[in-house]
Design a binder for this molecule. Structure first.
Ligand code: PLP
Length: 396
């Protein structure tokens, strides 16, 4: 006869109920409107699939309205839009292009690929965007030494516009072209104007994580018809109108497919709603985390209304109890996706030889910054899960 002790040893253990992993919470997944299918079907019915025809044109016109620019070209990505911006300004070997250090590499990479030398400038702690006072100082010094840049790229960060009301007059004073990388800025405003407005050229992105997505795609906008006409030709292999293919220069295959334009067309009318939702998400994080020590949120610049595309915050490890990377790992283990703040471009191996003017602010943002899940489709319950996980991490 088996004693109960034996029974414990030889009987198979009852299977443990596997704990169901909670659904992952992503940083900024696409938020569909329900109209994407309708627009795609309408586009298919038009008989056009190519990056031409009525749907890309309708998307461009809708974008012109949303961005306040007179002329818009839809392209395959934000990076393609930036490439065309640098090309139409004829940037090449021997030219300098200036950009903030705290940004995504695509703000400057196409200029470097065209042979330009990058120079990085620090950002303001009050906005995390290009420091206009530093830009003024550097432009004056460069003018004295006869080495002005051919273009300055101002960048909207995490849904916060750069101070174009200060940067555009400075660039005009020194005869330097201003490009706004507004890939992250759509829906935000600066000095009462839409993101990018006031720059000679502005680039937008509709990749999967953006506030409005086309499932990929971008746009180049300007009030200068000639620049957009030139970009349009370059985006289509620089064909000149001739029955055969005739090329004065080389271009790209950067067109925006009709199907992607259809998705963008369905999404764009929701822009104001998406901004409101992302701002509400930011406010909920602020409210839920305000009692924790060692957390501060990305400030809203005095000159604009941010879209809060991503909620970004800084962690002071001494008072929070761990650094931003520690928090990122804990949240990742809970199925919560976050992203470190940008590693400054002047710290990137790809740009090890590029001059950097200042950089301490960008470095501090990188050391302490983290972006939280901010998708406009995120349910409040999911967001409370993120808030609870951060509070638990803070308690240790
Ligand atoms: C600041 C910035 N610039 C440029 C881009 C490039 O856009 P895309 O991914 O559409 O090429 C992005 C987004 O990825 C971005 O965040």
């Amino acid at each position: 006869m088996l004693s109960s002790a034996h029974a414990v040893r030889i009987l198979p253990k009852p299977p443990k109920r596997a704990r169901e992993a909670p659904a992952p919470i992503l940083l900024s997944p696409p938020h569909l409107t329900g109209r994407e299918k309708v627009e795609i079907e309408a586009s298919l019915a038009s008989g056009w699939l190519a990056p031409a025809g009525p749907t890309p044109r309708a998307f461009e016109l809708a974008l012109a309205k949303a961005t306040g620019f007179d002329h818009v070209l839809g392209v395959a990505s934000g990076t393609a839009a930036l490439t065309l911006a640098f090309r139409v300004l004829e940037i090449g070997p021997g030219d300098e292009v200036w950009a903030p250090s705290f940004t995504f590499i695509a703000s400057i990479a196409p200029a470097v690929q065209l042979g330009a030398r990058p120079r990085f400038l620090d950002v303001c702690p009050g906005s995390w965007t290009l420091d206009a006072a530093l830009l003024a100082t550097e432009l004056r010094a460069a003018a004295r030494q006869g080495r002005l840049p051919k273009a300055v790229v101002a960048v909207d960060i995490y849904g916060q516009c750069a101070a174009l009301h200060e940067i555009a007059p400075l660039c005009a004073e020194f005869g330097v072209a201003l490009i706004s990388d507004s890939a992250e800025g759509l829906g935000a405003t600066q000095a009462g104007l839409p993101a990018g407005k006031g720059a000679l050229l502005a680039a937008f992105s509709f990749n999967g994580n953006k506030i409005i997505t086309a499932g990929g795609g971008g746009a180049l906008a300007s009030d200068n018809a000639m620049l957009i006409a030139r970009a349009r030709a370059l985006a289509d292999q620089a064909k000149t109108p001739a029955p055969h293919y005739e090329h004065q220069t080389t271009g790209y295959s950067f067109g925006l497919s009709s199907l992607l334009a259809a998705v963008g067309l369905a999404q764009l009318p929701k822009l104001a709603d998406r901004v409101a939702r992302r701002r509400a998400i930011f406010a909920r994080y602020q409210e839920g985390l305000e009692d924790l020590l060692g957390i501060s949120f990305m400030p809203e610049a005095a000159w604009g209304r941010a879209s809060r595309w991503l909620t970004a915050m800084l962690i002071d490890p001494a008072s929070f109890g761990m650094d931003a990377d520690g928090l990122r790992r804990i949240l990742a283990a809970e199925g919560i996706e976050t992203r470190p703040a940008f590693k400054p471009l002047h710290m990137q191996p790809a740009f090890r030889d590029a001059p950097s003017m200042g950089g301490a602010v960008a470095e501090a943002l990188f050391a302490r910054g983290i972006c939280l899940p901010s998708g406009s489709g995120m349910a409040p319950e999911a967001q409370y899960r993120v808030i609870r996980a951060i509070c638990a991490a803070a308690r240790g």
